[in-house]
Design a protein around this ligand. Structure first.
Ligand code: HEC
Length: 362
């Protein structure tokens, strides 16, 4: 009986293990800066898209970024590109000053050391970018460059704050400028949003209170709301006492500063100095504040491509980087189907063999 239970629980554990293998682990999109990411909807089986992506990458990106875990001829084989098509995207040269061979790794053109000097950071190799950031992040990153005078290249990025990369695709996309919105924040949440600063300031005036906070053992407690800062300050003053300290020792306490000062004046000492120290467990915080945030981006100067055309360009680039980060994914499903097919056929033979062996036993 015990044996039977043991077997049963072992079966359960095995089953749980097998089930755990089938639960997909979701890809976490780290570092999107809280920006909502549009889905990239990549399809790595779309070979024309991959080939267009490869061309765009060679033309616009590979000057700076390598894909050094991949070879040109692998891309050719996977996308169905002809020899000429793949040679057309190779612009780097080898030591003999001949065009790099199709069997070579996909290096970039600028030395990392110079690049780090120019951009603050060396452009990273993007071989695994599709896996580390995920397609949605890449897609949104390439679409979210916007004008920002405070940055060295005059651009910033919504999903990658203070990015070191210039807006390489500006010629195609055009220039985008941020459209701001003013949020009224209360305890870290946006309560209301306004398109103009004036409207936000007006609304803030209505909402704003000066809150007196008491710091206690159990944390902070709001003990009063006041419409003006003066009222709040008066309240705090009424609750503040003043200590007179002489040579690091408390001498006396007073309810007001004037009284403490009077005491000091009335009792001069030799060889020591008085200090009047305010003793208060209160502080004042403003209940609401305005936070200026980017609401969306607006095209202020058109590029060579229309918005849908540019979306497709970025989609192709994202598709290509997703494929490059795991070229085997093109074949992986096929391997699975072959494996299942093999197991099925093998089962038929195994079954027939079993029948043959056991024929004489019964
Ligand atoms: C002029 C050089 C240059 C070119 C050309 C360039 N980049 Fe970049 N890129 C950079 C630099 C530098 C960084 C690093 C930015 C940083 O860390 O602040 C970067 C970062 C990136 C990242 C983010 C890497 C990360 O941290 O996860 C991606 C994705 C990217 N580039 C894609 C592209 C694509 C796609 C193209 C072509 C359309 C391109 N880049 C063209 C210089 C370049």
């Amino acid at each position: 009986m015990k044996d039977h239970i043991m077997k049963l629980s072992m079966m359960k554990m095995l089953l749980a293990g097998v089930m755990a293998m089938f639960i997909a682990v979701p890809v976490v999109n780290a570092n999107s800066g809280g920006v909502h990411l549009e889905p990239a909807n990549v399809n790595v089986h779309d070979k024309t898209s991959l080939l267009r992506g490869a061309k765009y990458f060679a033309n616009y990106c590979q000057g700076c970024h390598s894909l050094k875990f991949s070879r040109y001829n692998r891309v050719a084989a996977d996308t169905g590109a002809s020899d000429d098509q793949i040679k057309a995207i190779i612009f780097t040269r080898d030591e003999d000053d001949k065009p790099t061979k199709t069997g070579a790794l996909m290096e970039n053109a600028i030395p990392a050391k110079d690049a780090a000097k120019w951009f603050g950071t060396a452009p990273p190799d993007l071989s695994l970018e599709g896996r580390s950031r995920g397609p949605d992040w890449i897609y949104n990153y390439l679409k979210s460059f916007h004008l920002d005078d405070s940055r060295p290249f005059g651009v910033n990025n919504l999903v990658f704050k203070s990015v070191g990369m210039p807006n390489i695709l500006a010629g195609l996309q055009g220039d985008q400028a941020p459209v701001y919105r003013y949020d009224i924040m209360h305890h870290g949440h946006a309560e209301k949003s306004f398109a103009s600063k004036d409207a936000a300031e007006k609304a803030l005036e209505e909402e704003l209170t000066f809150d007196v906070v008491k710091l206690g053992l159990m944390g902070k407690n709001i003990v009063g709301h006041y419409k003006t800062k003066k009222e709040a300050l008066d309240f705090v003053a009424s609750k503040t006492s003043y200590k007179v300290v002489l040579n690091k020792e408390n001498i006396a306490s007073f309810a007001t500063k004037a009284k403490a000062d009077n005491y000091v004046k009335a009792n001069p000492v030799d060889g020591g100095k008085y200090k009047v120290v305010a003793k208060s467990a209160y502080s004042i915080v403003e209940s609401h504040e305005i936070s200026k945030v980017i609401d969306h981006l607006e095209l202020v100067k058109p590029g060579k491509q229309s918005a849908p055309e540019f979306d497709r360009t970025v989609h192709d680039l994202t598709n290509y980087l997703t494929y490059i980060s795991e070229p085997a994914q093109l074949h992986r499903t096929m391997y699975g189907i072959f494996t299942l097919l093999f197991l099925f056929i093998f089962f038929v033979f195994a079954y027939m063999l079993k029948k043959e062996y056991w024929k004489d036993v019964h």
